[in-house]
Design a binder for this molecule. Structure first.
Ligand code: PSU
Ligand code: MN
Length: 305
């Protein structure tokens, strides 16, 4: 049946209508998360990784005001080239971009919304947004967390980046009833590093068990998402102490320049990359690929449950 709200690519439509596994991918990571051309290469490599592991990739964005799942190569390239000129779209921005027939790069929150409308339950990305450091003053809490509290999509990520207050982010997710599962780890990874000093709710050792947990949650009508934290492969992980220093320097510059709101996360991501001389970019790409692989495995297992 045709999806009236989301325009699906042929490949995605075919997979969904025949009950085959599909993995959603976001587009803000392309436009705002990495520089060109690495962002374009990453986006294509991630799609390949999903295919190689038995699922169909559905990169999500808004194009000319239309919600889309499954983009053409040249559309991905255009998002990658335009970068920050594309509007970063979270939940609040969707109606504006749709009504004005504009392009929008979707964050974790808006990708979850569109994935759910399309009937896709599994979504791979790099890192989720969360409670920012200093949120007790700034109130800067990503809409990603509210979305995880209400939208039925599992997000496979490499944990939360320590530009955030990881402890407060975990508290928020607990309040919202969002399970935070560690894939083969009991420690929540902190994006660039495998350690953070914080524990996940449960350590889960296989894609099959993760799929069973998703089925159990949604079969019971327990609304909302699930965070599946997948640590960056050892060979690409960065040094925890070194990253803390880099992040503190980036935060100091952000405060000094009075950068706020939706510009904070892109600014911090760019600054961290600059301060690590690009080393963080390679890590970022590798962890996304690693998440895409696990997401495809979970999607395959979920279809069998
Ligand atoms: N964290 C990353 N890379 C990213 C993002 C977060 O390590 O690209 C992007 C994601 O799209 C995420 C968004 O949903 O930033 C969160 O932005 P905000 O904090 O403004 O909600
Ligand atoms: Mn914010």
């Amino acid at each position: 049946m045709k999806n009236l709200k989301v325009q699906l690519s042929q490949e995605v439509e075919k997979a969904l209508s025949s009950g085959q596994p599909v993995v959603a991918l976001e587009s803000t990571i392309i436009s705002h998360g990495m520089p060109y051309p690495q962002n374009f290469e990453m986006a294509l490599a991630v799609e390949d990784q999903v295919r190689k592991n038995g699922a169909t990739p559905a990169t999500i964005a808004i194009i000319d005001g239309v919600l889309r799942a499954g983009l053409l190569r040249q559309e991905i390239e255009s998002f990658a080239k335009k970068g920050m000129q594309i509007t970063k779209v979270s939940r609040r921005d969707i109606p504006v971009i749709v009504a004005q027939k504009k392009d929008g790069a979707t964050t974790v929150a808006s990708t979850m919304i569109i994935a759910e409308l399309a009937g896709i339950s599994i979504f791979a990305t790099g890192g989720i947004g969360g409670v920012h450091r200093g949120a007790e003053e700034s109130m800067d809490i990503s809409a990603d967390l509210e979305e995880l509290g209400q939208t039925n999509v599992a997000v496979i990520c490499a944990g939360a980046k320590s530009i955030l207050d990881i402890g407060l982010t975990l508290e928020y997710l607990e309040t919202k009833g969002v399970p935070v599962l560690g894939y083969q780890t009991s420690e929540l990874p902190a994006f660039y590093t495998r350690e953070s000093g914080f524990k996940v709710d449960s350590k889960v050792d296989s894609a099959k068990e993760l799929a069973q947990i998703l089925r159990a949650k949604w079969d019971l009508g327990l609304k909302g998402g699930v965070v599946i934290a997948n640590p960056v492969p050892k060979e690409y992980s960065l040094d925890f102490k070194e990253m803390e220093k880099v992040i503190n320097d980036a935060l100091a510059e952000m405060n000094q320049k009075a950068i706020k709101g939706k510009d904070s996360t892109p600014f911090l991501l760019g600054k961290v990359k600059e301060l690590t001389a690009g080393k963080s970019l390679e890590t970022n790409i590798q962890l996304v690929l690693n998440n895409a692989k696990l997401a495809a495995e979970i999607a395959v297992a979920y279809c069998r449950e």
